[in-house]
Structures are given as C-alpha cells and as structure tokens.
Design a protein around this ligand. Structure first.
Ligand SMILES: NC(=O)c1ccc[n+]([C@@H]2O[C@H](COP(=O)([O-])OP(=O)(O)OC[C@H]3O[C@@H](n4cnc5c(N)ncnc54)[C@H](O)[C@@H]3O)[C@@H](O)[C@H]2O)c1
Length: 252
C-alpha cells in the first residue's frame, strides 16, 4: 500500500519543477491524478513518465487565474477520476525583480492573479468536490517568502503571504467537515523558476546558497515529500498549518 493508494488528486503547475516532482511521487504512492498547467507538452511528458511506471495521470490545460477555466478543470477532474480526494495548488510565477514603487502594475496584477487568486479559484471549486466526496485534503504552495520580505519581490511576497491567509481561513471554515487545508512553504528550490533567475543574475546562486543554513538549495523531490504527507491520511490532525521546508532559512 502506498501513502495515497486509491486517492484521486489534482496537481496544478504539474508540468515541471515542484509540481512535476509531486505528481510523480503521488503516482508512486498510489494516487490517480489530473495534471494541470499552462503547457500541454510539459504535462504530457510528466504523464508519460507516470504511465511508464504503471500509474495514471490525465492532462488538462488551464490558466489558474481564469475562474471559468478552473471550473472546467474541476469538471474534467471529477469526470475523469470519478471524484476528488485532494489537490496540490502549486501553479505559480515569480514576476520581474523590481523595487516596490517601480513595480510594473500589469506584472503586479498578474503575479497576484496567478499566485493568490489562482489558489482561491482552485479552492472554491475543489471544496464542493471534496464535500461531495465526504472529505479530503488541499495543500497550497506558499513560500518561505510568505513569512518575510525580499528585496524587489513585493508582488510575490504579498501574494504568498495571502496564500497563508487563505489557507488558514478556509481551514477554519471546512476543518469540521473533514477537509484539511494546509500550506507548504518551500525555500529556494532548483527549478526553472530559480535557475532562470540565477542565470540572469551573476553571483545570485552563491548568495542564495550562502543564505541557506543547510548549505545548499532544495531539490523538487524534497518539497514533494511533505506535500504527499499532507495529502495523505497520515496527516490526519494537520489543519491550517504551514509546513516550512526551507533548509533553515527562516530559523535565522
Ligand atoms: N523554486 C523555488 O525556489 C520556490 C520557492 C518557494 C515557492 N515556490 C513555489 O512553488 C511553486 C512551483 O514553482 P516551481 O519552482 O516548480 O516553478 P516552475 O516555473 O518550475 O513551475 C511552475 C509551474 O506552474 C505552471 N504555471 C505557471 N503559471 C500558471 C498558470 N497561470 N496556470 C496554471 N499553471 C501555471 C507552469 O506552467 C509550471 O509548470 C510556485 O507556486 C512557486 O511560487 C518555488
């Protein structure tokens, strides 16, 4: 038996990075999956890896900032999986690096639309599906930057702090109805989001590694582990919490 045997799980942003690693681990632990994201080719690649290992993953393209597209994603998930037991709301973007007063308004709006409203869009259609199933687990992807500020990342930090607010509030509202809603906060993780930023800014990798008490960056697999635990029944008393997996960054 895997940790998620028999569970029907939706993962957003599943085409690469943390979402892909989590989808693959969920499948290995016995879940049947819907993989959602913006880029079909990436999603199909992850689905092929899951199928090759004997798992099940259906692909659906979505922009989580678009409420009607998220509603269609939930209809697809329920019809393909026969219901829903859990979700990892992971899709996110970083936005440009820019001081607060100079942050381009369109980028500010887009980062909030994807990283914060996107999580709400997902939860507002997932919660009725989980109530229908008699309960379930939602994990929202926040960040260590939900808890502290970071130079030139005002929109990102504001959105991720908002994800914690949404998570805690929804957890209070639905916890007594067997829906556990929690957050995971990764530290700097080796995904294209970060490698693109590090490649564009000479010396940034060294600065980021230096800031991590553990002395290195995370691999996506190291973030997937606590997500799978929170999605599983083994996390039965975890509600409204934020599992920080950041190599000690916030411990300083
Ligand atoms: N990498 C890090 O250091 C780090 C640290 C803390 C938190 N996070 C968070 O982890 C999550 C995953 O990031 P990652 O590092 O794997 O990045 P990534 O860029 O490798 O992957 C992000 C995924 O989200 C998808 N996506 C982006 N916008 C979307 C949208 N509007 N609708 C649907 N899908 C969308 C992308 O297609 C991609 O598959 C994000 O929420 C990110 O903020 C990442």
């Amino acid at each position: 038996m895997g940790l998620l045997t028999g569970k029907r799980i939706l993962v957003t942003g599943a085409g690469k990075g943390i979402g892909a690693a989590t989808a693959i681990l969920c499948a290995r632990e016995g879940a049947r999956l819907v993989l959602a994201g913006t880029t079909s080719a990436n999603l199909e690649r992850v689905a092929a890896e899951i199928h090759a290992a004997g798992g099940e993953g259906r692909v659906h393209q979505v922009d989580v900032a678009d409420a009607s597209a998220v509603r269609a994603l939930l209809e697809f998930s329920i019809s393909e999986l026969g219901g829903l037991d859990g979700a990892f709301n992971n899709a996110g973007i970083d936005g440009p690096l820019c001081p607060t007063a100079e942050y381009p308004e369109a980028d500010f709006d887009r980062v909030l639309a994807v990283n914060l409203k996107g999580v709400w869009n997902c939860m507002r259609y997932q919660i009725p599906a989980l109530l229908q199933a008699g309960g379930g687990s939602i994990v929202n992807c926040a960040s260590s930057l939900a808890e502290v500020g970071q130079y030139n990342m005002s929109a990102y930090c504001a959105a991720k702090a908002g994800v914690l607010g949404l998570t805690r509030t929804a957890a209070l509202e639905y916890g007594s109805q067997a829906i556990r809603i929690n957050a995971v906060s990764p530290g700097v993780t080796e995904t294209s989001m970060m490698t693109t930023m590090m490649d564009a800014n000479e010396g940034l990798r060294e600065v980021l590694v230096e800031a991590e008490p553990i002395g290195r960056l995370a691999s996506p697999d190291e973030i997937a582990e606590p997500v799978v635990w929170l999605l599983s029944d083994r996390a039965s008393y975890a509600l409204g919490t934020n599992v920080v997996v950041d190599g000690g960054y916030l411990a300083k």
